[in-house]
Design a protein around this ligand. Structure first.
Ligand code: ADQ
Length: 750
């Protein structure tokens, strides 16, 4: 509107000025025309009256009678309303006859004056009068001049009318032009705005509301998009860096940015498992970073967590819809349990996921096994979970958080059934390079399945880049690395890095005894002397974790520096994992064997260089071990992130202890103050182990303080929050686009 006024006001002023100049011009012109008309009229009258008037002037009669007759003649002529007066001047220039109305100013001309071409305009108190002297001729001899006086008031009346009409005309022109200007300005402004909106929202072709392309906007498109992109990322970075991330910030995002939209989580492992022990139902909570991260989201939005019901008492604790409310002490959200047959679990979970995808994605030199039957089960189970998502969705646009490599096909299956869903898939393990991934017989199906997601997350940029390369190699897709977006089959997936972390402060740290006490407690429990230097390893018993390499490092240190024999022990707490898989059984045997051999070689009496505990510990106990150790060694051969490294740092509020960390973990990209090692290089690792055991307390403190700051700031709430923030931003953009599209449709249909 403001734009339109900017056009209209100058336009009105200009038209006013033109009218101001034009009116006197027109006035003058019409006066000239009318005077000319009167001249012609006068001539006509003169011609018409010539003969009868000459007759009157020349007839033989008395002067008095002639006067009367001329008077009567003049009165007859004066019947014409525009004639005002008549007079007659004789050849000597004397006024001899006149009507009473003849003004005094209309005098006779001198006898020798040249003939008058046009009349004169006289102004007197009556107004304007047109006076003309017209010769009256008899046989070539001029008898005198007939004075014909016209009343010009009708011209003034007409001139006033003309002025009025001109004014109205200009006013009408101004109104029409103004209206057209407003309409055109509004339309083109709307078009411009629509075009700019289209550009900002990432449409390649800027189009006006009527659907026409607006190529004139394209030159500014790139700059504008870059600007919006910069502002968006700046805002995001600012917002993210200013927030102290915790459960409350997740709740705020859910409440304010996602406005209570429905959230569904899909994972293989459930956050609470009901198990029957001695006929009593117990609830256990798997020690998992994932559960820790996502539970606050669930609590805040009262969402639904869809997971495999794997506990022995799971079926006994659900309602008729397979739902169970959790946490048991204060129910806030529900689990929807999905049931699998033994064959399905064997094929989908142990087979395709853990014997196929797990070794495929970890470069740990364990051959993946691909069985068609496992693949079939994997597809069936993914389809079943997708059906459950559809069943649980209350709206056409839920937010679905899909966890891990167990559900590579699920994003596409859900997308097909709920096109409006915002699907965020997170891949917790590494993504290999295209050569390694290329051996998967169903590689295209897995990639296409994942590209059903709106957002696909990995821990590191390196894994994102590997994914880009893999898609580039095996699919017909447009990979835009600048915007981290892959477009496949008309849909776009944002591929982003979201490094996972742990909760801060960790719940397991609450009520822990002081470090000194933890040291004593743990050493006592392990049967080690109070002075023993203690190294620690905490893992699932998995061949990717580098447990064998870790033990070999301990052995090499004892070989190189025998002074540590009897003074240094390495405690490995290893949770049994996937033990029904041959590879894992074989691995456990190898771990036991190696520990035994080293202990036989360097152990004596109660001293054991390797203390191996293959058992699940509760999280609190794990943290007590972290606090008791002098060093923690994470030697994964390949690991998406590795939460143990971050937990060790979080546990050390005394700012002591040294972290040895494999360069092949995602965590190594963040915890750069750790002693970063190549676990395959046993010599290097043994040297690092010696360095850790002899590191001065000040150096330990400096390194630990820096790592603690990082883990505190980049905690698990930030991980979940960033994904939810990105989902909110994406949903906001989609809503804007939908509105713009509707407006365009409306404009086209109008
Ligand atoms: P994991 O391979 O399971 O996770 P990790 O990240 O180290 O590896 O998490 C292991 C968790 O199990 C830790 O919380 C640890 O405390 C706990 N744990 C280990 N041994 C235990 C024991 N004996 N008793 C009790 N608890 C034990 C996958 C990927 C990782 C990624 C995570 C999260 O392989 O790379 O970091 O997911 O995305």
């Amino acid at each position: 509107m403001r734009i339109s006024l900017r056009f209209v006001i100058p336009l009105a002023v200009t038209l006013g000025a033109i009218a101001y100049m034009v009116v006197p011009l027109v006035d003058n012109l019409t006066l000239k025309w009318f005077v000319r008309d009167l001249d012609i009229r006068t001539k006509l009258i003169t011609t018409a009256v010539q003969d009868p008037f000459v007759e009157l002037l020349t007839e033989r009669t008395r002067d008095k009678v002639r006067l009367q007759r001329v008077q009567a003649f003049f009165n007859r002529i004066l019947q014409d309303e525009r004639l005002f007066a008549l007079g007659f001047c004789d050849a000597a220039g004397t006024l001899v006859y006149k009507t009473p109305t003849l003004p005094a100013e209309s005098t006779c001309r001198p006898p020798d004056a040249p003939p008058e071409e046009t009349g004169r305009v006289l102004e007197n108190q009556r107004g304007s009068l047109h006076v003309s002297s017209n010769p009256i001729v008899l046989e070539g001899k001029q008898l005198g001049e007939l004075l014909i006086v016209h009343d010009m008031s009708f011209i003034e009346r007409r001139s006033a009318d003309t002025k009025k009409y001109i004014f109205y005309l200009f006013a009408a022109i101004a109104a029409v032009v103004a209206l057209l200007t407003v309409v055109i300005a509004e339309l083109s402004w709307r078009g411009l705005i629509a075009g700019v909106k289209a550009l900002i929202s990432g449409e390649r072709d800027a189009r006006a509301p009527d659907g026409k392309r607006m190529p004139e906007l394209l030159p500014i498109a790139r700059d504008l998009q870059a600007l919006v992109h910069d502002l968006e990322s700046e805002r995001r970075a600012r917002d993210e860096s200013q927030i102290t991330w915790g459960p409350d910030s997740l709740r705020t995002i859910l409440r304010e940015d996602l406005k209570g939209d429905q959230v569904l989580i899909v994972s293989n492992r459930e956050p609470y498992i009901h198990v029957r022990r001695d006929n009593v139902i117990e609830i256990s909570r798997p020690a998992s970073g994932l559960v820790t991260a996502l539970e606050p989201v669930m609590r805040a939005c009262s969402g639904t967590w869809i997971a495999h019901g794997s506990g022995s008492a799971d079926r006994d604790t659900v309602d008729g819809n397979d739902h169970v409310m959790v946490p048991p002490e204060r129910p806030a959200y529900r689990i929807r349990r999905v049931w699998l047959t033994q064959d399905e679990e064997q094929g989908y979970y142990y087979g395709f996921a853990n014997e196929g995808l797990w070794p495929l994605c970890h470069i740990a030199h364990t051959r993946p096994t691909f069985r068609t039957q496992d693949w079939e089960h994997y597809r069936t189970v993914n389809r079943r979970f997708a059906d459950v998502v559809v069943d649980e969705a209350r709206t056409g646009n839920p937010i679905v958080l899909v966890q891990d490599y167990h559900f590579a096909l699920l994003p596409r299956l859900v997308r097909e059934k709920i096109p409006g869903a915002t699907i965020i898939a997170f891949w917790h393990i590494p993504w290999p390079n295209p050569e390694a991934f290329g051996i998967l017989p169903w590689r295209e199906a897995v990639l296409e399945g994942l590209l059903g997601s709106s957002i696909l997350g990995f821990h590191t940029q390196f894994h994102c880049n590997n994914f880009f390369d893999t898609v580039d190699r095996f699919l017909e897709a447009r990979v835009d690395r600048e915007t981290s977006t892959i477009s496949h089959g008309g849909e776009a997936t944002e591929v982003r890095r979201y490094p996972i972390s742990i909760e801060w402060p960790p719940a397991a740290l609450a009520d822990q005894p002081p470090v000194v006490e933890c040291r004593q407690q743990v050493r006592k429990r392990l049967g080690a002397s109070p002075e023993t230097h203690l190294g620690l390893g905490v893992d699932r018993l998995d061949y990717t974790k580098g447990i064998l390499e870790r033990f070999l490092t301990v052995e090499r240190l004892l070989e190189l520096e025998p002074r540590w024999v009897g003074k240094f022990s390495f405690v490995q707490i290893a949770a049994p994992s996937r033990s029904s898989i041959d590879e894992y059984q074989g691995f456990e045997a190898k771990v036991r064997e190696l520990a035994k051999r080293i202990n036989q070689r360097f152990g004596s009496g109660s001293y054991q260089p390797i203390i191996l505990k293959i058992e699940h510990h509760d999280a609190r106990d794990v943290y007590t071990h972290y606090r008791a150790a002098d060093l923690c060694y994470v030697s994964s051969l390949h690991d998406g992130m590795n939460l143990v490294a971050k937990e060790f740092v979080a546990a050390r509020d005394d700012e002591r202890g040294v972290l040895l960390l494999s360069q092949f973990t995602g965590a190594a990209r963040e915890l750069t103050e750790a002693l970063i090692v190549n676990p395959y290089d046993i010599e290097q690792c043994a040297a690092a182990l010696r360095l850790a055991l002899t590191m001065p307390p000040e150096e330990q403190r400096a390194r630990m303080r820096s790592m603690r700051n990082l883990v505190q700031e980049f905690n698990v709430y930030r991980w979940a929050g960033r994904m939810l923030n990105d989902a909110a931003r994406m949903r906001h953009r989609h809503r804007l686009l939908a509105r713009a599209r509707a407006a365009r449709l409306h404009a086209v249909n109008r």
